[in-house]
Design a protein around this ligand. Structure first.
Ligand SMILES: [Zn+2]
Ligand SMILES: [Zn+2]
Ligand SMILES: [Zn+2]
Ligand SMILES: [Zn+2]
Length: 801
């Protein structure tokens, strides 16, 4: 996904292996990125470009005139099944393949408005009705959408507008007496009911639980740092010749305090599963739902009502505004490149978008540096150790005060301010010397192919002149004035991304309506660059938590941080997720360093035993098994020592069973899933330590299954056990704990276990506020549950329906 598709990768790796040794050596030993780029790109042959073009054609990214009707019919099927969510997405897919101002487009919008109506999304439904009418909704069908419009307005309590719409309809009915009058009467009855309801509502004053959140709302970066944009004044930026840049606390910081709140400089939505077509006509149109259908391609807002690009079928937005902005900023160039960008991978896409965004900033300095590098071999791009030296040399020249021995921090402007801008992005380290020659060759040729493709499309566009009705922005970025400069910049970005790309994640809740809770997992939604967040170094036991809301990343203190301590976050390999060997391997291969955080240090010295959440227990006495290749519980009355291999393979078998039951669960085969899971649980308890992660996961799956059956009590019992496992592994104030508490709160809430629900809601809030802040979806949801419970009469008799 990050890197090019396998076919292109292996094609280039083969090309590399066939190169004469001398050329391989030239590229391997090249010191600067421009040398690597120039040498590699001179090797790109027309047949290579043809091969790449063939691969790109495998993706359906253009509008297919036959697709709208297919998707509309599929959507109608889902609509009949009352699966309005999927129906809406299918209508969106249909819309994405329709031309502007076509009946196809208007029908897709109109049908989608019906699905949204059933989902209770009245505002969005109204927007879709307007969209349908804008794109030529047929006159004969008008009353249908007007009825829906009136119903929406009624539901929203906008009674005056509703009455207006109804009287419009009435005159329509009198003009065309053939129309059915009964739905219209029903509507009038609804209107009457709702009028009564609104009156009731107006009479009782609403109590808001907002006051509870005052304390946390104040934390919204009340004092912005003067030298680091989007950061709190409680931290400052330092440099060190060995460590590079890092952040420290300038005062004592409390858990939950907001330290950084930064919008991505660039972000690219991960397309999700988008398999190439492979010539099978049957699967030509994909009816599955992917992230590309559910999130705005610009701002990452979740929506069921996307607005498609007018030119392609893959770019979709939450609104006309986002569509317009994306077009002006980058999509006018990217629109026709969909297949190519999917073939070349997300990193290549991010690199291109970065250079397109650079057009809107003053990048003269960057271009000068790149230009110098290409023309004059003596100057090399500032990087790692050279960096401080070169930039302080730069400054000596420019400052009038003569010698300035203070180190100028890379990425900062002349006044020492570090901002979320292209200059900062450009100065993130590409670690050129650490990547393998093959990898650099692969990246350089991919970039080169992209450059050449854009060069040809640009000259074609200039030759034919503007033909489309939409305004076409200049295709070439400013950096592209010199193709080599542009190529080197993009190559630099691709190499930077391996260490600096930030996965923007969301908690995704399953689309199916069967699993009310629990099947929510963290998924990677997009890849972004956050120059300020990138200043944080890694620890396997970090003192901060990073969370995302659309394209904004927030970093909060996860625990108390004392003045002078470094601010650290985890790049992925967290001590509660993997053992030290695996962590070091991951950090070494992806980020090129050996971690020496306290957790790694302790584990490597062997002062702590292996993690308990991976431990086995004795099948007889249930005591913890210890040892290396041979494990034993230490008790003499128990059996012989057991080989670790044996237990590991037993665990693998168990995990396969668990996986099988999850498939059953997903397919709604609840009874069978529960049976299988209970068997797994029994098996697991016989050889896994009580705090083992897999035992916790089984409990969590069981909880999910019982919740789907509506057996809230049993579900809660299993969740409490799962909670213990999560607490043992991740700690009582971890974000994982918060999420598990959140699930338990939902189950207790649904089961009307009021006292415990209130308690659990509060615990979940306390933990999640620290990690995610008051605006997160989870906190909002908890708040809703809490206020609902507060509104309940003192002695509730049970759910009303
Ligand atoms: Zn948007
Ligand atoms: Zn497009
Ligand atoms: Zn570590
Ligand atoms: Zn034993």
């Amino acid at each position: 996904m990050d890197l090019p598709v396998d076919e292109w990768k292996s094609y280039l790796l083969q090309k590399w292996s066939l190169l004469p040794k001398s050329i391989q050596i030239t590229i391997s030993t090249a010191e600067t990125l421009s040398d690597i780029f120039l040498h590699s790109s001179s090797l790109l042959q027309p047949e290579d470009e043809m091969f790449l073009k063939r691969l790109s054609r495998g993706y359906l990214v253009e509008k297919d005139p036959n697709a709208p009707i297919f998707y509309r019919e599929e959507g109608n099927k889902k609509f009949q099944e009352k699966n309005y969510m999927e129906a809406a997405v299918l209508y969106s897919k249909g819309a994405a393949h329709s031309r502007p101002n076509s009946e196809d487009l208007s029908l897709c919008y109109a049908n989608r408005s019906a699905a949204l109506f059933h989902l209770g999304q009245y505002e969005t439904c109204l927007e879709d009705i307007i969209r349908a009418q804008m794109h030529g909704y047929p006159e004969r069908l008008q009353p249908k959408v007007l009825l829906r419009k009136a119903e929406c307005l009624v539901a929203l309590g906008r009674l005056q507008e509703a009455s207006q719409t109804i009287s419009d309809l009435e005159s329509d009915f009198t003009a065309k007496p053939t129309l059915e009058a009964s739905p219209f009467q029903i509507l009038q009855r609804n209107l009457h009911h709702l009028k009564m309801k609104v009156k009731e509502k107006e009479n009782c004053l609403e109590t808001s639980p907002q006051t509870l959140y005052k304390a946390f709302e104040d934390l919204d970066l009340r004092e912005e740092n003067e030298l680091i944009s989007r950061a709190s004044s409680s931290i400052s930026l330092c440099t060190d010749p060995l460590k590079g840049r890092y952040l420290v606390a300038t005062k004592d910081i409390l858990p939950g305090e907001l330290l950084v709140k930064e919008d991505a400089f660039v972000s690219v939505l991960n397309p999700g599963e988008m398999p190439p077509l492979h010539h099978s006509l049957k699967n030509k149109w994909d009816a599955r739902v992917s992230n590309g259908d559910l999130y705005c391609h610009r701002c990452l807002k979740h929506t069921l009502a996307t607005v498609p690009c007018h030119g392609c079928s893959y770019a979709k937005y939450c609104s006309q505004e986002c569509k317009q902005q994306a077009w002006e900023l980058y999509h006018s160039t990217e629109c026709s490149l969909g297949g190519l960008l999917l073939t070349l991978g997300v990193f290549c896409h991010v690199a291109l978008r970065l250079t397109l965004l650079a057009r809107f900033e003053d990048v003269g300095e960057v271009i000068r540096k790149l230009h110098d590098e290409i023309c004059n071999k003596d100057i090399c791009l500032p990087e790692s150790k050279n960096l401080v030296k070169i930039l302080s040399y730069d400054q000596e020249e420019t400052e009038e005060h003569g010698k300035i021995m203070e180190t100028h921090v890379p990425g900062c402007d002349i006044k020492g301010k570090y901002e979320n801008n292209y200059n900062a992005v450009f100065n993130l380290l590409p670690h050129t010397e650490n990547h393998s020659p093959e990898h650099k060759f692969l990246c350089a040729l991919s970039v080169s192919a992209l450059c050449r493709h854009l060069e040809t499309t640009t000259s074609q566009a200039l030759a034919t002149g503007p033909q489309s009705s939409e305004p076409r922005a200049a295709v070439t970025p400013e950096l592209c004035a010199d193709l080599n400069i542009w190529g080197v910049a993009m190559l630099r970005h691709i190499l930077q991304l391996q260490c600096n790309a930030q996965a923007i994640t969301v908690m995704q809740h399953t689309v199916s309506k069967e699993s009310v809770i629990a099947d929510s997992r963290q998924v990677r939604l997009a890849t972004g660059i956050f120059p300020v967040v990138s200043l944080l170094n890694h620890s396997c036991s970090p003192n901060t938590s990073v969370s995302f809301s659309r394209t904004v990343a927030t970093v909060r203190a996860a625990r108390r941080i004392e003045k002078g301590q470094e601010i650290l976050h985890c790049y992925g390999p967290h001590e509660s997720r993997m053992g030290v060997a695996e962590r070091q391997w991951k950090l070494g291969s992806q980020y090129f360093f050996h971690c020496s955080c306290p957790a790694c240090h302790a584990e490597e010295l062997g002062t702590v035993a292996g993690p308990r959440w991976q431990a086995f227990c004795c099948c007889r006495c249930r005591a913890l098994m210890q040892g290396g290749d041979m494990l034993s519980c230490g008790s003499r009355s128990c059996a012989e020592p057991v080989r670790r291999d044996h237990l590991v393979s037993r665990l693998r078998d168990l995990q396969q069973q668990v996986e099988m039951s999850r498939r059953l669960l997903r397919n709604g085969k609840l009874e069978r899933a529960i049976q299988l899971l209970l068997g797994c649980q029994q098996d697991a308890e016989s050889f896994l330590w009580a705090e083992h992660a897999v035992l916790g996961e089984i409990e969590d799956d069981l909880a999910q299954a019982y919740a789907a059956l509506g057996d809230w009590q049993t579900s809660a019992t299993h969740l409490r056990k799962s909670l213990q496992a999560v607490e043992a592994r991740h700690g009582p104030s971890s974000v994982e704990m918060g999420r598990e508490l959140f699930k338990l709160a939902q189950v207790l809430f649904n089961g009307f276990a009021i006292a415990e629900a209130r308690d659990t809601i509060q615990r979940a809030e306390e933990v999640l506020l620290v990690h995610c802040g008051p605006c997160s979806d989870e906190i909002q949801e908890l708040q809703k549950m809490r206020s609902y419970l507060l509104d309940l009469p003192p002695l509730p008799v049970g759910p009303s329906e």
